[in-house]
Design a protein around this ligand. Structure first.
Ligand code: TYM
Length: 329
């Protein structure tokens, strides 16, 4: 039985990228593995969220997790800040994380570019906190999208470094995981490489059919191919990438053929794409509406999840303190 851990930052609602990158396939894993799904509210602090919105955003992710099919009877679902052991482990890992490597991380460089007025230390040590999330449960597999691959590599490095420094074989080296397949990257509909909350190009699991149709309709296209079997420009390839995850292989093949014969009508493609996205998201959206008003149930899930997560994290920290050399008087 593997230990599987998946995390999502609480900076808004879940979008198709989160769903296909870190959630959909892994809902199946609940049966045979020890699964932890958590809401990374501490990570969200790097961008200084409005305190009035913090809890609301955590709630949104909790509701989306449950609506997408995570079963709290089978998996542990918890809020990161409820497990203080994570913060302690983060501190220990920080002592062995170096400025050179942290400042070279792609996500740090990108954030530093995007928010030059807020290049804080939390942003720099973000990968150490993420490693703490993973190592605190000694996870084997971490379902993530392609954008998190480098963070997983750093987690393995931090685990190895801890083991080497203290002369122990304590932490396992977790792998980024997608059922043995390539990690996925769901693109935006605006021609950009990645769908994301901060990119402002996301289709959310809780979007209404109307909103989805509107967003898909606005997707960037052109006047169509003029040479048979030509390569697709990125913004058209992006539409096909999304089609491949939401539609059947027959539908994808149909539109590939139309493309190759220069007979594609983007209006039809978009209609199909919107329809298939709605088919995937509609049942989730219905559950989101039900769950959002059930605060008693949400409280129960979050409290029980926190208790279970703390048991696992406390066992790790007991060992780690001993390894580091702390002793009680
Ligand atoms: P976050 O909140 O940006 O995204 C959550 C998960 O969704 C995946 N994802 C995508 N996958 C494919 N295509 C996309 N367009 C797309 N957008 C997002 C991400 O790869 C991720 O798996 N640092 C993490 C949260 C985190 C975490 C962890 C994850 C904190 N601690 C420990 C795993 C383990 C983050 O910001 O993800």
């Amino acid at each position: 039985m593997d230990i599987v851990l998946s995390g999502i930052r609480s900076t808004g609602k879940l979008h198709l990228g989160n769903y296909y990158g870190a959630l959909r396939n892994f809902i199946r894993m609940q049966e045979e593995n020890r699964c932890y799904f958590f809401i990374a509210d501490l990570h969200s602090l790097t961008t200084h969220p409005d305190p009035k919105m913090l809890h609301e955003n955590v709630k949104n992710v909790l509701v989306d997790y449950l609506a997408a099919g995570i079963d709290p009877e089978k998996s542990v679902i918890y809020v990161q800040s409820d497990v203080k052991e994570t913060i302690e482990l983060y501190l220990y890992l920080n002592m062995h994380a170096y400025l050179g490597e942290l400042s070279k991380t792609a996500s740090f460089k990108e954030k530093a570019r995007k928010q030059p007025d807020n290049v804080n230390a939390g942003l720099l040590t973000y990968p150490a906190l993420m490693a703490a999330d993973i190592l605190v449960h000694r996870a084997d597999k971490v379902p993530v999208g392609k954008d998190q691959e480098q963070h997983l590599e750093m987690t393995r490095r931090f685990a190895r470094r801890f083991n080497n420094f203290y002369g122990v074989d304590y932490f396992k080296e977790p792998v980024a995981y997608n059922f043995g397949e390539e990690l996925v990257k769901i693109p935006g509909l605006d021609g950009s490489g990645k769908m994301g909350k901060s990119e402002g190009n996301a289709i959310y699991l809780s979007d209404t059919p109307k909103e989805i149709e509107k967003k898909v309709k606005r997707a960037l296209t052109d006047s169509g191919p003029t040479v048979p079997n030509s390569e697709k420009p990125d913004y058209i390839e992006n539409l096909f990438t999304i089609l491949r995850v939401v539609s059947t292989p027959e539908v994808v093949e149909h539109y590939e053929n139309l493309w190759n014969r220069c007979e594609i009508r983007y209006g039809d493609l978009k209609k199909q794409l919107a329809e298939d996205i709605i088919t995937v998201t509609a049942p989730i959206r219905e559950r989101v509406i039900e769950l959002s008003s059930d605060d008693t149930y949400l409280r129960k899930v979050a409290q029980e999840g926190a208790e279970k997560a703390r048991v696992s994290a406390a066992a790790t920290l007991k060992d780690v303190r001993e390894i580091v050399g702390f002793k009680r008087f």
